[in-house]
Design a protein around this ligand. Structure first.
Ligand SMILES: Nc1ncnc2c1ncn2[C@@H]1O[C@H](COP(=O)(O)OP(=O)(O)OP(=O)(O)O)[C@@H](O)[C@H]1O
Length: 312
């Protein structure tokens, strides 16, 4: 897969001396969704602003579709769509006009068929003649996306697309992003919400204190760092764990009718075979077994904590 975006050694020190980005390397492959996950103040917005030319970087290079974002700013910027965090829209404009207008700003000739396509894609076509002020919050967010797509960019940046919106709207936004991906746009989205990264991303980058702590395919990340829990449903309930099984840190749950065993996923030695043999030897028989993968949330919390520890 080709890279549509490449960032190397990106550093931003704001006036006053605060370094918000300390040498970030990142790439985005054509057609993928990358979620940048990070706590408040990690540098996510600064990163997006550097790529879009809103903030001047202190050092490093950014290439979009092969164009240098500084030296060939206009060509690079043409390939980028930005959906900002805040909703800034002209309340009295009609939906279709505001989207057409943005296309014009990029110097693209009018293309009604294209505008219709994106408005349909974003379920806004029926609302095309409504004034922006008449729309719901979710629709306004979709208008922002339509505006960001108006000039046919190849990379879309979504800066916290669901910050402060309710669960239903968040799911609606996830569905929109899926549709966009299917249409071939590459997407970088920033989020605080781990479940958002989990639901949408192909790759997940964790940014903390201006540095990429980790970037990896979501499935690999979960397999590599994730822990799994084995749930053992018992034939007859137990009240104690036999001493012979004390090494496994088993937890008794559901009033003694089930046991939980946590193990490292992706390792060759999970201890499960030995544990099951040990249970049999202790005379404990089981009804059923199931496993559960720990969430990205647990992984993320662990990662940030590890980084704090290394820094201390
Ligand atoms: N113009 C500025 N001048 C000085 N410091 C700034 C400026 N803009 C941002 N910062 C600082 O840079 C750091 C990174 O900010 P940034 O907005 O990139 O973080 P973020 O990861 O997007 O956070 P959030 O999730 O809260 O939006 C913060 O400590 C912020 O205070």
């Amino acid at each position: 897969m080709n890279e549509i975006l490449r960032i190397e050694g990106l550093t931003k020190t704001y006036e006053g001396g605060f370094t918000a980005l300390g040498g970030v390397d990142l790439d985005l492959k054509e057609g993928e969704i990358l979620a940048l996950l990070g706590p408040n103040g990690a540098g996510k917005t600064t990163l997006i602003s550097c790529v879009c030319g809103i903030v001047t970087s202190t050092a490093g290079t950014i290439t979009v579709g092969g164009y240098d974002a500084q030296k060939e700013y206009r060509k690079a910027r043409m390939l980028i769509g930005l959906v900002p965090q805040e909703i800034h829209l002209e309340p009295f404009s009609k939906v279709i006009d505001t989207v057409r207008y943005t296309r014009g700003l990029f110097g693209k000739r009018r293309d009604d068929a294209y505008i219709e396509k994106i408005l349909r894609q974003l379920s806004l076509w029926e609302k095309r003649d409504s004034k922006v002020m008449q729309l719901s919050g979710g629709m306004k967010r979709r208008v922002l996306i339509a505006k960001a797509l108006a000039h046919e960019p190849r990379v879309l940046f979504l800066d916290e697309p669901t910050a402060g919106v309710d669960v239903e709207l968040r799911k609606e936004m996830w569905a929109v992003v899926e549709t966009l991906k299917a249409s071939g746009v590459s997407i970088v989205l920033t989020t605080h919400y781990i479940e958002e990264a989990e639901a949408m991303a192909d790759r997940v980058g964790v940014i903390n204190k201006g540095k990429i702590a980790l970037i990896e395919e979501k499935s690999k990340l979960m397999a590599r760092l994730g822990r799994k829990t084995l749930r053992i449903e018992l034939d007859a309930s137990v009240s104690d764990i036999p001493a012979s099984l004390s090494d496994y840190n088993l937890r008794i749950v559901e009033g003694g009718e089930a046991l939980l065993y946590e193990y490292e996923a992706g390792t060759s030695n999970t201890g499960i075979t030995r544990l099951l043999a040990g249970l049999r030897d202790a005379g404990i028989t089981m009804k059923d077994l199931s496993t559960r993968q720990s969430s990205l949330e647990e992984i993320f919390v662990q990662l940030v904590a590890d980084q704090e520890e290394t820094a201390a």
